[in-house]
Design a protein around this ligand. Structure first.
Ligand code: FAD
Length: 437
């Protein structure tokens, strides 16, 4: 068995174990000074980052006044939407609500959009006109799509050529289009350059589309046009595609003319940098992204479109008292994942409580594992552990790693089981949902 990186898997799991434990440990043990953390905290966004932050603030410091602002009464996860597209998971299993946060933990949940933030006056304005004051604000608004980045691809074009990179109606639309595609049709996925939400996501998506086509439309073709020359877990995906789908999936990197510059959603055509036109039967365009718009309005994002943060606490570098977590942050080398949004939330909750209690922020540590499924029984992972070094985030030297190449079917099946276990565990941790597959 070859190892894809010089670090052994056992070694990387050891690191994950240490950091994962410390993340969970820090979150579950109430610091002695937690009782002196008083005040009002408003959290914007009830996804992986925001819902975790609201829950753990109340769990660790019940006397805090915590309000969560989230427009949707039902949150749908991006993780496992690819399995829904592949026909292996019911859409309803991806739905979660805020009952536990409200009823068990006493979080005030307000189903409204936060429209504006006035950091000088320390207020958030909601779409219905309500104005909330805060002592500390945590923003976890996720991503918005850059509609101006690909010529011809705006919000109305996404009704014909869905992105399905924010879950919900877009995921359903893409699934319906796939079901309606003729056997022998061409599915094209357009993938963006870094950074973007979920680095392995496009590659898992074509895997799940191939899984569906293999059983229902075996003459179909899947073309992945990429703005990058390398991608997450590339050797493992390539190996898995070949073993399970033969030549059904074709990946075209940037230097081989994979970078799409123009989209014609009416004709389901895309044009690349060097002028090649590709025609699809189903066209899935994942455009470049940026932090959710409220980050701009709060003044926490910069010219990159993402929010720069202080490494130790995730307090905004630009606006004191405002903390940003999850996909909206500029937190390289951390990838934008739900796993990390959850861990960042737990670390930042402690920094916020310490700040309110007049204490120094505890030493943070973060870990991440991104699982991807190539088939429902073929899982692969990439893991990383992160620390602060010289006030900058970095991957702990020698930590992390990816699944081995040439692994046995039993090993791949185990990793697929771990992926399902991870989903069930995080859904339980964030929303209190006991999920089934
Ligand atoms: C296809 C796909 C597969 C993925 N698979 C995985 C995976 O297997 N593992 C993994 O770890 N990650 C995965 N991810 C990534 C994961 O979904 C994100 O990293 C994660 O959702 C980020 O959490 P967040 O809290 O930053 O944002 P989100 O979870 O998107 O939450 C943001 C919330 O903020 C709300 N919001 C936005 N603006 C406002 C506002 N102005 N006022 C109030 N509320 C607002 C939104 O309604 C939303 O509910 C996947 C992503 C995709 C697209």
């Amino acid at each position: 068995m070859k190892l894809s990186k010089s670090i052994s898997r056992r070694e990387s799991l050891k690191w994950i174990g240490v950091a994962g434990l410390s993340a969970a440990f820090g979150a579950y043990v109430r610091p002695a000074w937690a009782g002196s953390a008083n005040g009002r905290v408003v959290v914007v966004g009830g996804g992986f980052g925001g819902a975790t932050a609201a829950k753990y603030l109340k769990r660790l410091a019940p006397s805090l006044d915590v309000t969560l602002i989230e427009p949707q009464t039902r949150y749908i996860t991006c993780p496992f939407t690819n399995l829904y597209l592949g026909g292996v998971r019911a859409f309803e299993t991806l739905w979660h609500d805020y009952t536990e946060l409200r009823e068990v933990y006493g979080v005030r949940v307000v189903h409204q959009l936060a429209e504006d933030v006035d950091a000088d006056r320390r207020v958030v304005k909601l779409a219905d006109g309500e104005v909330l004051t805060w002592d500390r604000l945590i923003l976890s608004p996720g991503i918005d799509l850059r509609w101006d980045a690909l010529e011809g691809y705006d919000e109305s074009a996404s009704e014909r050529a869905p992105h399905a990179w924010k879950p919900g109606a877009q995921s359903r639309l893409l699934r319906q289009q796939l079901e309606a595609m003729e056997d022998g049709g061409t599915f094209i996925l357009v993938a963006p350059d870094n950074p973007y939400r979920c680095p392995p996501g496009p590659y898992e998506r074509v895997s799940m589309v191939a899984h569906y086509c293999k059983t229902h439309k075996p003459r179909s073709k899947i073309l992945l046009l990429d703005s990058k020359d390398a991608f997450s877990k590339q050797d493992l995906f390539t190996e898995g595609w070949k073993a399970n789908y033969g030549d059904m999936i074709e990946w075209v990197g940037r230097s081989q003319d994979g970078r799409v510059l123009r989209v014609d959603a009416d004709r389901l055509e895309v044009e690349t940098e060097f002028g090649t036109v590709h025609k699809a039967d189903v066209l899935n365009v994942v455009p470049p992204q940026k932090a959710g718009i409220i980050a701009d309005r709060a003044g926490v994002s910069d010219a990159s479109g993402w929010a720069p943060i202080k490494a130790r606490t995730f307090e905004s570098r630009q606006v004191p008292g405002v903390y940003v977590i999850g996909d909206a942050t500029e937190a390289a080398p951390m990838p934008k994942s739900g796993f990390l949004a959850n861990v960042q939330a737990k670390m930042t909750v402690q920094a916020v409580m310490a700040d309110l209690a007049g204490q120094p922020a505890p030493e943070p540590s973060w870990a991440n594992t991104c699982y991807s499924l190539i088939t429902p029984e073929w899982g692969i992972t990439v893991a990383g552990v992160y620390e602060v070094y010289d006030d900058v985030l970095r991957e702990v030297p020698g930590s992390g790693g990816v699944s081995p190449l040439d692994a046995s079917a039993v090993f791949r099946r185990q990793e697929a089981d771990f992926a399902r276990g991870w989903y069930a565990g995080i859904a339980q941790d964030v929303w209190g949902t006991r999920s089934s597959s």
